[in-house]
Design a protein around this ligand. Structure first.
Ligand SMILES: Nc1ncnc2c1ncn2[C@@H]1O[C@H](COP(=O)(O)OP(=O)(O)O)[C@@H](O)[C@H]1O
Ligand SMILES: [Mg+2]
Length: 264
């Protein structure tokens, strides 16, 4: 039946992750940071990676963003095997990562920060569209990206030094959104933020999901994890020990999986 076929093909699309890493192992000298870890996230899905300090969360994110080349394992984008030899390869595949330190440049304006580093991304759609990038275009694109996400910044021309932590985080996410057309990776985006600023960042994540992006987010905040995510992967001692749909688990079960009191 036509309807069933349609449903089947939809289901198949949903089942193919935007990005998937399988059996990833990696050591830093004597420290085995990742032990056959698995992770995947699909378009329109927000997935949390949780685990104790040292569980391997950041290293796994770095593998997905081309910063760490793993000793073993495979990465797939839309089901196709791919290998990254540098962060530029991941960027070109539409994967953008927002690290905890944000890497915003204090002495530059919000607009300049959104577009800094674009030289590496000459194949990016936005540059193709703009042709020669000039300040006015950059400014307009930055304003559009920020207003699309409902981010209010006092002045796009002021240096980011004058911005709050939440505004800086949102700016870094907006930048990731402009250049990342497939996967956005956020390493502890609310760790340094207050309640109000965290809410702003969570709302931006929600909007990225509704734009069909796949989002991976590392967070220690169980309240945020349960509020924002569709699914959760628990890491322990370098391995991915369990994955749950958020609406089929509880903070108690997740904490048990993190500590090892419950086995995955
Ligand atoms: N660049 C590095 N050099 C040496 N050891 C590292 C490096 N990065 C991470 N590690 C080690 O790998 C393990 C996993 O770290 P990490 O991925 O940062 O964990 P998490 O983000 O879950 O706290 C830890 O034991 C950490 O000390
Ligand atoms: Mg970390």
């Amino acid at each position: 039946m036509g309807t069933a076929d349609h449903r089947d093909s939809n289901a198949k699309t949903l089942l193919t992750p935007a990005i998937e890493a399988k059996n990833i192992s990696h050591s830093f000298g004597a420290v085995q940071a990742l032990v056959s870890a698995n992770i995947s996230v699909s378009a329109g899905e927000v997935k949390a990676i949780v685990g104790d300090n040292g569980a391997g969360k950041s290293t796994l994110l770095k593998v997905l963003s081309g910063l760490v080349i793993p000793d073993k394992g495979e990465i797939f984008i839309d089901g196709k095997s791919i290998s990254f030899s540098s962060p530029v390869d991941a960027l070109k595949s539409g994967i953008q990562t927002v690290y905890q330190d944000l890497a915003l440049i204090d002495t530059m304006s919000a607009t300049q920060n959104v577009f800094v580093g674009r030289e590496q991304l000459s194949s990016n759609w936005i540059l193709g569209k703009l042709g020669v990038v000039n300040d006015r275009h950059m400014h307009q694109e930055a304003i559009k990206a920020l207003s699309d996400l409902g981010i209010k910044i006092p002045s796009l021309n002021a240096t980011v030094r004058s911005m709050s932590g939440g505004q800086r985080q949102c700016l870094a996410i907006a930048r990731a959104m402009l250049f990342g057309h497939k996967v956005i990776i956020l390493d502890e985006p609310t760790a340094a933020l207050g309640v109000h600023e965290s809410a702003q960042v969570l709302s931006v994540v929600d909007q990225l999901r509704s734009k069909g992006l796949a989002i991976l987010i590392v967070s220690h905040n169980m309240q945020h994890v349960f509020k924002i995510t569709d699914s959760i992967t628990v890491m322990r001692l370098g391995a991915s020990v369990a994955s749950r749909k958020t609406n089929e688990t509880s903070p108690e079960e997740i904490v048990g999986l993190i500590t090892g009191a419950i086995s995955g």
